[in-house]
Ligand binder design. Structure first.
Ligand code: SF4
Length: 397
């Protein structure tokens, strides 16, 4: 939640109740509590985190306007370029301004991909595309890269010697021996060292074809709450007419474990009358697949970063209102891929909202001791994933 609050804060938004809760949470550590009391506190936290995610959503959409559906290429054009990774849209905006007219293209990486959907960022013609896939592949994908890479948040892995001379960090990321771009007292960052490196390295001599993990060269993003709810009538009509039978929210973190191909296989096997909403790094397992459309809408809709989980929650709540039913009675199943600690706060928000029967894998979070798992299964119906075939059968019948 601190990460969400930080991203909102740099865009001028803060919330007293959210800030105060950090102290409340820290004070609770070490207190004697029953399971019920811990659960109460965690559910209270889940709702505060929802408030914090709403704050960040407001910060991003007021600064860069609401996301719009946008196609993003994975092909890197010839000539100098810079790759920017992480979540901090403000860093990207400053980099776009400082590279304007300099003959340098900008490519997003990892969680920066959804930036292409924001009108105030996509208006820069040199914001060209997305480089590579999710964070855990960087040590392979950055080998021989003829360009600098700027890390803005938590995605940096120990760089290989092959490319370590072209890594720059800013904000909360740092690494011994690497150039760190600091903000001045007004929050302005001077990215000149990164720009000079891009011009020195010169980029690829010819257009360089890169693909997603399934071989696709085009990704769609920008289906955040405003875009999806903007076509809500169409979606509701499609559900009522039976053209859409089920929604899956397949999202969460990605990682290097082999079991994560579950998510690719799951999406591939979903029937043609179902829609996949997705967000966060887990989408790189399938976001280059073309699995068709329903009524002019793509079957895979990328809602954004892990930071944009608020958008998915708003869509689920709007659908439950439109169908006059509880979220748990919607034809909607959440299938989450687990890795990072940051995702804990999103999970707690989903639980605090009463969302049940969430599938989670490929391994369960480390804090799921058998006692914790018992509580989560009993109260919330949490289910570890099995195989795509079995889980789809259980969900769709
Ligand atoms: S928290 Fe998860 S989804 Fe977000 S950047 Fe980290 S790995 Fe990706």
């Amino acid at each position: 939640m601190a990460a969400y609050a930080h991203h909102a804060y740099v865009l001028g938004k803060e919330d007293r109740e959210v800030n105060d809760w950090f102290f409340k949470g820290m004070r609770a550590i070490g207190e004697e509590r029953t399971v019920e009391k811990w659960l109460d506190l965690l559910m209270e936290f889940g709702l505060i985190n929802l408030k914090c995610m709403a704050l960040l959503d407001e910060a991003n959409t007021s600064a860069y306007r609401h996301l719009v559906p946008t196609k993003v290429s994975t092909i890197v054009e010839k000539g100098p370029f810079i790759v920017i990774s992480g979540h901090d849209l403000r860093d990207l905006k400053m980099l776009l301004e400082q590279t304007e007219g300099k003959g340098i293209n900008i490519y997003t990486h990892g969680e920066m991909l959804p930036a292409h959907g924001y009108p105030e960022l996509k208006k820069y013609p040199h914001l060209k595309g997305n480089f590579g896939t999710a964070w855990q592949n960087q040590q392979k994908e950055f080998i021989d890269i003829p360009a600098p890479v700027l890390f803005t948040t938590n995605c940096l892995m120990p760089p290989k010697p092959n490319y370590s001379d072209r890594i720059f960090t800013t904000d909360v990321v740092g690494y011994p021996g690497f150039v760190h771009i600091k903000a001045d007292h007004n929050g302005y960052k001077d990215f000149t060292p990164v720009i000079e490196k891009a011009l020195e390295l010169g980029g690829y001599p010819e257009d360089h074809v890169m693909t997603g993990i399934n071989g696709g060269t085009e990704l769609m993003t920008g289906f955040a709450r405003n875009a999806v709810l903007g076509v809500a009538d169409k979606v509701i009509e499609a559900v009522k007419a039976g053209a859409i039978k089920h929604f899956f929210l397949v999202g969460g973190c990605d990682g290097a474990r082999t079991g994560r191909n579950y998510y690719t296989d799951f999406v591939r096997q979903t029937p043609a009358d179902t829609v996949i909403l997705t967000l966060a790094c887990g989408k790189y397992r399938f976001n280059d697949l073309d699995i068709g459309e329903i009524g002019g809408l793509p079957r895979i809709m990328d809602m954004g970063q892990c930071n944009d989980a608020y958008s998915a929650i708003q869509v689920a709540l709007a659908l439950s209102k439109a169908f006059n039913c509880d979220v748990n009675d919607l034809p909607l199943t959440l299938v989450l891929s687990w890795y990072e600690q940051k995702a804990v706060c999103i999970l707690l928000t989903l639980l605090a909202l009463g969302i049940k029967n969430i599938y989670i894998g490929p391994s369960t979070p480390a804090f799921f001791s058998s006692n914790v798992l018992d509580v989560l299964v009993e109260k919330f119906g949490i289910k570890p994933i099995s195989t795509p075939e079995q889980d789809l059968k259980a969900i769709l019948g």
